[in-house]
Design a protein around this ligand. Structure first.
Ligand SMILES: [Zn+2]
Length: 164
């Protein structure tokens, strides 16, 4: 069945067996996909790599090989390493930004707490001061009253007071 061959078997001009390792991952309607991995890795190596990974991971492995091969064709020197480095740089920048923001938040929270505590302390001190001041005046007044009443009682005239 010529029309039933997968992209790999078509490319390699061979019969596609029923248990073809390429068939599920390199369909005949996308010949470029296999041409790309074949050019970078070679058909034999692609087949070996697919056989080495468990069946449930082969689709992912084929996608990865295709992506990496495409990157290598676009950038023969760095391939996908260029993209990985760029992503690492972005992660590093994001982590640095996150650390800065966390430090700013921590600073803002601590300075807000200090301000609130200081404000609270000031209020508390003011209240205490006013209360103490009130007590002082009350004590002073009562002392004066007591002093006045004991030394100079208003009900009795002073010894030097002369009645007409
Ligand atoms: Zn095949």
């Amino acid at each position: 069945m010529i029309s039933g061959r997968c992209a790999a078997c078509k490319y390699l001009r061979r019969r596609c067996p029923s248990d073809c390792i390429f068939s599920p991952y390199f369909p005949s309607n996308n010949p470029q996909r296999f041409a790309c991995v074949h050019r970078i890795y070679g058909a034999s190596n692609v087949g070996k790599m697919l056989q080495q990974v468990p069946g449930q991971l082969r689709a992912q492995a084929a996608d990865s090989m295709h992506f990496e091969a495409q990157c290598r064709m676009e950038d023969p020197v760095y391939g996908c390493v260029k993209i990985i480095n760029e992503l690492h740089r972005q992660i590093h920048n994001a982590e640095t930004e996150l650390a800065k923001t966390r430090a700013q938040i921590a600073f803002m929270i601590s300075s807000t707490n200090i301000t609130q505590q200081t404000h609270h302390d000031q209020l508390h001190d003011d209240v205490k001061f006013n209360f103490n001041l009130d007590n002082y005046f009350l004590q002073e007044q009562s002392t004066n009253i007591i002093d006045q009443s004991s030394h100079c009682p208003s009900t009795q005239p002073a010894p030097w007071f002369v009645y007409d």
